[in-house]
Ligand binder design. Structure first.
Ligand SMILES: Nc1ncnc2c1ncn2[C@@H]1O[C@H](COP(=O)(O)OP(=O)(O)OP(=O)(O)O)[C@@H](O)[C@H]1O
Ligand SMILES: [Mg+2]
Length: 278
């Protein structure tokens, strides 16, 4: 692990979540993490999906012997769960449970859904940000990753079917977890219009989504002004194992705008970064 403990540091934990598969969670987690590293922060990525997409987004320099299963159980030395990517200051907890055995462990333990949050509290002094990718299905594993977050970001494709799925699925899942919010308060949820194309009136869709979700969630969710366009650069960046802001100016702008909006304290830093990388 390339990060030193620092008592002043208190990581912010961001979970990318949706109950729908294939909406861009892994891509977002990898790229938010990649940008934060270029803003000179220490970042830990966690692949919280049984299908290990995030684990292979970046090349790994040094694999550790343990990973997601041991982290969720808060078992042994947590440093042993952390692998190093080839990018300095970007570490990762690899998904190492292809059969999903951890789901039974989480269900079977009285505090199973909040053990991950406890484990991450022990890592907060090592990282500025912890970014968690989650499973695209309502499952015990997804609940643990959602309950661990300070901030939740949910990508929503701009079509009516996806917006209904967002309300029924993602907001329904949060409602289900609300009784646990006495044990661990739920993070602020941001909806992110994701993969918008030119043919759709995304602003109109965003306004509709805002009014629909506002009534339902009583302002606990905010639809972000930033919208991520559908762009082949995101796929190319993943093939190149690199953050998308490094290979595409438009994506650089979008990712900076997104990070500024969910982390307003970084807005000036993002602006300076944009100016120097134009
Ligand atoms: N902004 C974008 N524009 C175009 N393609 C994108 C964009 N973001 C992601 N993709 C592509 O969409 C596909 C699905 O993205 P991704 O794997 O990130 O979704 P996911 O929500 O993690 O899926 P799963 O639920 O299966 O884990 C990938 O092939 C990815 O390269
Ligand atoms: Mg994924």
């Amino acid at each position: 692990m390339n990060s030193e403990a620092n008592k002043e540091r208190q990581s912010i934990i961001i979970t990318i979540c949706s109950t729908k598969g294939g909406v861009g969670k892994t891509t977002l987690a990898a790229n938010i993490g990649g940008l934060l590293v270029d803003l000179e922060y220490k970042v830990l990525l966690i692949d919280g999906d049984i299908q290990p997409g995030l684990s292979s987004y970046y090349s790994i320099k040094k694999y550790s012997k343990s990973g997601l299963s041991q982290l969720i159980k808060n078992e042994g030395n947590l440093q042993d769960c952390i692998s190093n990517t080839v990018i300095p200051n970007l570490d990762i907890v690899i998904s190492n449970d292809p059969d999903g055995i951890i789901q039974d462990w989480i269900t079977g333990m009285p505090a199973g859904r909040i053990t991950l949050k406890g484990a991450l509290d022990n890592l907060r002094s090592f990282y500025d940000f912890i970014i968690i990718d989650s499973q695209g299905a309502n499952s015990p594993l997804q609940h643990t990753t959602v309950l661990a977050a300070d901030i939740l970001v949910s990508p929503i494709p701009p079509d009516i079917v996806s917006s209904r799925e967002f309300q029924r699925g993602t907001l329904g899942m949060l409602k289900l977890l609300e009784p646990l919010s006495g044990l661990t308060s739920l993070g602020q949820l941001y909806g992110l219009i994701y993969r918008k194309d030119r043919t759709k009136d995304a602003q109109l869709f965003s306004d509709e989504l805002t009014s629909m979700t506002f009534q339902e969630s009583k302002s606990k969710i905010r639809i972000l002004n930033t919208m991520v366009p559908s762009l082949v650069a995101y796929k190319n960046a993943s093939t190149d194992k690199t953050p998308v802001h490094k290979i595409d100016q438009r994506a650089n702008e979008t990712m900076c705008e997104l990070v500024s909006e969910i982390l307003p304290n970084l807005a000036n830093q993002c602006k300076r970064f944009r100016e120097t990388t134009k």
